[in-house]
Write a protein that binds this ligand. Structure first.
Ligand code: AN7
Length: 356
């Protein structure tokens, strides 16, 4: 079957009317990949990774953005705007162009991964680097979109959350039920809010008879939901979740409490270890923020939480190619230079014996 994208496939669950353009870059329908080695080591019954990096712009943001941009188009808007740690801007820029709209993005200066910046620029968005952090950028975007004819496409736009909830539907459809635990990174907290809404909606419609526990993980230097108060100067290697005052604060707390789940913090070291573990052991290359979900699950495993029976789904929110700098920096000194001669390569590799 040809995948039609989420607006068409999940139309009955989305605010799609006869007037809504069925915009698509064939987002959604991302794979749920079973762990090979890690699940045994962590004593988890079944561990799956939902690889949202397979979306058209390389992150989960495409699910919400396609709905937000389609509705903006339907409503006759001409300019959309967002604040972003990178992935939202990449997605907004791509879908805005697809729909024939202009796009303005505000990013925290110097704190956005190169891949994401290259996307916003290539899609012709107007890119403003704010000399401040994401929270400053979002405050300014809220002001501009409230006072000028510019449509806001951050996740405080309800259409974004509506689109993002479709990932929960896909988890249920693939597993033919819900996992015991759904783990995901948390920054502005739109995604955890969206997944919880999606699971509850399928539950209410009788598509599943259970609900998962929601496990959200923030970076230690940017964990307002764990501390219970905003963080003035959020810091983390995972720039995507370098957010001190999440817009969907209440949604995240509700998801945690209603599901009997938790929101915890993981250190930058734990995040980078999880990122390398995914790459080396599972063949999955994700950006640092995305590895926070596995970092959190590894932390819970160390605390002795698992009994070998649980089904756990880790959401991998964005592709590793988004942040090549971090990947290369972690592997400094590993590239071996060699003269352009066959014998030199044979010698360097230490190859011996007869040729086959
Ligand atoms: C890879 O792009 O906030 O908790 O402006 O890019 O819904 O914010 C990105 C967030 C996790 C956190 N993983 O999701 C933005 C932005 C990746 C991300 C998150 C983001 P939310």
């Amino acid at each position: 079957m040809r995948w039609p994208g989420i607006l068409a496939y999940f139309a009955e669950y989305l605010p799609v009317t006869a007037a809504t353009p069925l915009l698509t870059l064939e987002e959604g329908n991302t794979p749920l990949i079973r762990s090979t080695s890690l699940e045994k080591r962590l004593r988890i019954g079944a561990l799956f990774f939902k690889f949202e990096g397979m979306n058209p712009t390389g992150s989960f943001k495409d699910r919400g953005m396609v709905v937000a941009i389609a509705k903006a188009k339907e409503e006759g808007k001409e300019v959309v705007m967002c604040a972003s740690t990178g992935n939202t801007s990449a997605s907004a820029a791509a879908y805005a162009r697809r729909a024939g709209l202009s796009c303005i993005v505000l990013i925290p200066q110097g704190k956005i991964a190169l891949g994401k910046l290259s996307q916003a620029l290539m899609h012709g968005a107007r890119v403003l680097a704010v000399r401040g952090n994401f929270d400053d950028a979002l405050r300014i975007v809220r002001f501009i979109t409230a006072n000028y004819p510019v449509a806001l496409v951050n996740s405080i736009n309800p259409y974004r959350i509506e689109g993002q909830k479709t990932a929960a539907f896909e988890v249920v459809e693939w597993l033919e039920g819900v996992p015991d635990i759904l783990a995901l990174p948390v920054g502005n907290a739109g995604n955890i809010t969206a997944y919880w809404r999606g699971f509850k909606e399928f539950f209410e419609r009788g598509k599943t008879r259970a609900l998962p526990k929601m496990f959200g993980f923030q970076a230690e230097g940017a964990c307002p939901l764990v501390l219970g108060r905003p963080v003035e100067n959020p810091q983390t290697v995972a720039t995507a979740i370098r957010i001190g005052n999440p817009a969907s604060w209440k949604g995240a707390i509700a998801a945690r409490d209603e599901s009997g789940g938790l929101i915890d913090a993981v250190s930058d070291e734990e995040i980078l270890l999880a990122q390398r573990t995914l790459a080396e052991e599972e063949g999955l290359f994700v950006e640092p923020a995305s590895a926070a979900s596995l970092a959190g699950v590894m932390k819970k495993a160390r605390e002795g939480m698992f009994r070998g029976k649980e089904t756990v789904v880790c959401i991998l929110t964005g592709h590793g190619l988004k942040d090549p700098d971090i990947a290369v920096r972690q592997n400094e000194g590993k590239i071996e230079e060699v003269e352009p001669r066959e014998e030199a390569v044979v010698e360097l590799l230490g190859l011996r014996g007869e040729r086959p």
